[in-house]
Design a protein around this ligand. Structure first.
Ligand SMILES: Nc1ncnc2c1ncn2[C@@H]1O[C@H](COP(=O)(O)OP(=O)(O)OP(=O)(O)O)[C@@H](O)[C@H]1O
Ligand SMILES: [Mg+2]
Length: 261
């Protein structure tokens, strides 16, 4: 009998490889987030951070390596460039449990904020509309825009739109949240509104994987920080170590360039 971990990570990636044609973007990356962990991914533009998140929730195919959700490995058919997830139901289950928040919010412009938050639980999960509405209103209150239920995304500031997008991700009651540069499209004062929400989620013990250029945010919320460089993990560790005593020269250079920016 194989030994099964009674408390497996919510998300685990083992030796993941991903290419776009001839361009190898991920060259064997392993990363895990246990329940309640906040793992931040940092690194230069093009190092593969977004690709890693997109592979993790199966928005992108990967060619080699394993992805495990709560210990359950993604099943594949085919090999290498011909590899695709084999089980459509598993893909939907994993994707809805690893809810993603994007840099550009990606709200549906033709729906009100409340409709945006309710849409996927009702249509994808088939949940009761009234229950979902109660939950959606509570989540919009929680992120501080409970008074914006009936307006359209274009009527909100960027910070408000991103908070609506976070409420939408939470409405799926996911096991983990994946954030891809959630504050990068925002002016500094709007950024802080979103940072506060992310910090509150971290304090609640939410499991999160966070790609960010905001080193202060990464230092404040993370249990573990991973520095990606050209598709490989160059250095990783607790935030005190990664930010306070970086060992790799590339990480030292990256941090001094980021602080100077
Ligand atoms: N759909 C795609 N087709 C081809 N190449 C892609 C695609 N998406 C990303 N790439 C390439 O993969 C590499 C990694 O991109 P990725 O978006 O993961 O980087 P990143 O670390 O998120 O960068 P940034 O900080 O700029 O967001 C880049 O060289 C990029 O040009
Ligand atoms: Mg990116």
């Amino acid at each position: 009998m194989p030994v099964t971990d009674p408390n497996p990570p919510v998300l685990e990636i083992r030796d993941l490889h991903k290419s776009y044609g001839a361009l190898e973007v991920l060259k064997g990356v392993s990363i895990a987030a246990k329940k309640g962990d906040v793992v931040s991914l940092i690194g230069s533009s093009g190092s593969g951070k977004s690709t890693l998140l997109r592979c993790a929730n199966l928005l992108e195919d990967s060619q080699q390596g394993e992805i495990l959700f709560e210990g359950e490995p993604v099943t594949w058919r085919g090999k290498g460039p011909g590899r695709h997830p084999a089980d459509r139901k598993q893909v939907i289950r994993i994707r809805t449990n690893l809810s993603m928040v994007f840099q550009q919010f990606n709200l549906w412009a033709h729906m009100t904020i409340l409709q945006n938050v309710m849409e996927a639980p009702v249509t994808v999960l088939g949940e009761d509309r009234h229950e979902v509405e109660t939950r959606a209103r509570a989540l919009l209150d929680k992120v501080g825009i409970g008074d914006k239920c009936d307006v359209f995304p274009a009527q909100l500031s960027g910070g408000q739109q991103q908070r609506a997008a976070i409420a939408r991700a939470l409405a799926m009651q996911p096991r983990a949240l994946l954030f891809d540069e959630p504050t990068s499209a925002l002016d500094p004062e709007l950024e802080q509104e979103v940072v506060r929400v992310i910090k509150a989620l971290a304090e609640e013990g939410r499991t999160m994987m966070l790609v960010t250029h905001d080193m202060r945010l990464a230092a404040d919320v993370s249990d573990h920080v991973v520095f990606l460089h050209q598709g490989l993990i160059e250095e990783q560790g607790p935030p005190d170590q990664v930010f306070g005593a970086p060992k790799s020269e590339r990480l030292q250079q990256f941090l001094s360039a980021t602080v100077a920016a």
